[in-house]
Design a protein. Sequence first.
Length: 261
Amino acid sequence: MTIAGSDPSGGAGIQADLKTFSAFGVYGASVITALTAQNTRGVTGIFSIPVEFIADQFHAVVSDLSVSAIKTGMLGDAATVEAVARLLGEKPGLPVIVDPVMVATSGDVLLPPSAVEAVRTVLIPRATLITPNIPEAATLLGCSPATSTEEMREQAEKLMQLGCAAILLKGGHAIGDEAIDVFFDGSDHHILTRPRVETSNTHGTGCTLSAAIAAGIAMGREPYDAVSDAKSFVWNALVSGAERKIGHGHGPLDHHFASRK
């Protein structure tokens, strides 16, 4: 199940999550936290769903379907973050992947500073795994963004102190020929690398990665294995979608690359 915002252009949010679940062969359900007016160029409007109706959606799903894993994406404001954390508390032991979505690929702010503290204190402690990128990790820690793999390791260790069980610190915002991510489970650091894909079609990358991890965990994969599989999926989706022309800004990944092989 994904708990996130809707992207009417189909590249990110709920729509990207459901496409990813389908690509992995798992059944996807959704709880919508916000409606956005957005496309590949940017976000022009956000309508937050009342927290009572978010709870209604959640209870409708979990009272009927057997949910194996949950991922969270765009939550929009502090009240929504707190409400979602309470709902997750109703399902103890269920794997939860938290993508602390703060800024869209276009640069539009999706989580105001007032909500960051709620993510830090009530949502992350519920998480099996969190997937911040370098700027998000710096915001959560109140420090400067990491500029090296060693600093990423150090920040992953500090993020662990917020109460989650594991961290994938994404290095896509760094520079260099390789995209380097750091996975930390409290005892071991794993460095995951892929050649950087030269493309502007990166809309929904973070949503897709966290959804792919949730799909893997739902299928019984261990967190590191699910992360490794998800990183491969996103890299292939970036490569396949690099030359596509969808929209006039940051286009989406190619979630369906495998179905055309």
